[in-house]
Write a protein that binds this ligand. Structure first.
Ligand SMILES: NC(=O)c1ccc[n+]([C@@H]2O[C@H](COP(=O)([O-])OP(=O)(O)OC[C@H]3O[C@@H](n4cnc5c(N)ncnc54)[C@H](OP(=O)(O)O)[C@@H]3O)[C@@H](O)[C@H]2O)c1
Length: 241
């Protein structure tokens, strides 16, 4: 790919702008991936393999683009490492620990997630490889420090809530439960809120357009899901929600 910096900026602006209609489209649609949604059309795949297949491109594309350029920088190294740690958990660990008793995932959802992950991996990886030029004191910059705090706190909230729900569910023989605990008292989907905070933090740390676009797409994907799930909790556990 031969892309000058204005071409790359334009591609990223278009990609970021597309998150807005995507948000509206998802918001007026329904969730076919779990307990909330209606009956999906088309072929389906077991949730475990679906998640594994969807998240694998996210794990490999960004590091491959960055490392193949041979233009490494300690800041980008750290950001790529943070990305890899997140996706090792999401693609290789979590799907095999969380017993997905829910319905299988539609193949169409997996295909769109693969496309999404490839695009984001290419754009963010390209930015780190060819565009980013961090000053040597970037680790002391307020954007990096605030971003790192947001990334880490979002990741802790996301991980602890994901594994809390997974544990509760396997203790209850696969039944749906009303989770207890501080985070669930305040938020109905702390895992999704944590994920959003995490990628906003990453965008601040990276201070880059493709990372901002990824944070916007994450919001477009997860805000509708969090709203559906809040409604689901209210309908399923009216006494506690
Ligand atoms: N970056 C992005 O754009 C993006 C997009 C999607 C997801 N994610 C991340 O991927 C992770 C999983 O997302 P998700 O939407 O599948 O999360 P989720 O709705 O919390 O579901 C995760 C698993 O827990 C089960 N579960 C959830 N609440 C439960 C309850 N009250 N009782 C019993 N079981 C319950 C679900 O069952 P069912 O399958 O039966 O519902 C599913 O197996 C999250 O950390 C999310 O942030 C990121």
């Amino acid at each position: 790919m031969n892309l000058d910096s204005s071409g790359f900026t334009l591609v990223n602006l278009v990609w970021a702008a597309l998150a807005v209609p995507a948000f509206i489209y998802i918001l007026v649609g329904t969730d076919y991936s779990g307990r909330v949604g209606g009956e999906p059309r088309g072929p389906r795949i077991t949730a475990r393999w679906g998640w594994f297949g969807m998240e694998l491109p996210a794990l490999f594309v960004l590091p491959a683009v960055y490392l193949s350029a041979g233009n490494r920088h300690v800041v980008a190294d750290l950001l790529v490492a943070a990305w890899v740690v997140h996706y090792v958990n999401r693609g290789l660990v979590w799907p095999w620990i969380a017993e997905r008793h829910g319905r299988p995932v539609p193949v169409a959802t997996c295909v769109s997630a693969v496309v999404f992950n490839v695009i984001n991996g290419l754009l963010i990886g390209w930015h780190f490889a060819y565009v980013a030029d961090y000053p040597s004191d970037w680790f002391l910059d307020a954007r990096f420090i605030v971003g790192a705090a947001a990334f880490l706190s979002g990741a802790v909230l996301n991980l602890t809530s994901d594994y809390h729900v997974a544990r509760l569910r396997s203790r209850n023989q696969g039944r749906y439960v009303m989770p207890r605990g501080v985070a669930f008292r305040i938020l109905s989907s702390p895992n999704l809120v944590g994920e959003i905070v995490e990628w906003i933090g990453f965008a601040l740390m990276a201070w880059s357009l493709p990372a901002l676009a990824f944070a916007m797409w994450t919001m477009a994907n997860l805000i509708p899901r969090a709203l559906w799930r809040r409604r689901w909790y209210r309908e399923t556990f009216p006494e506690s929600a």
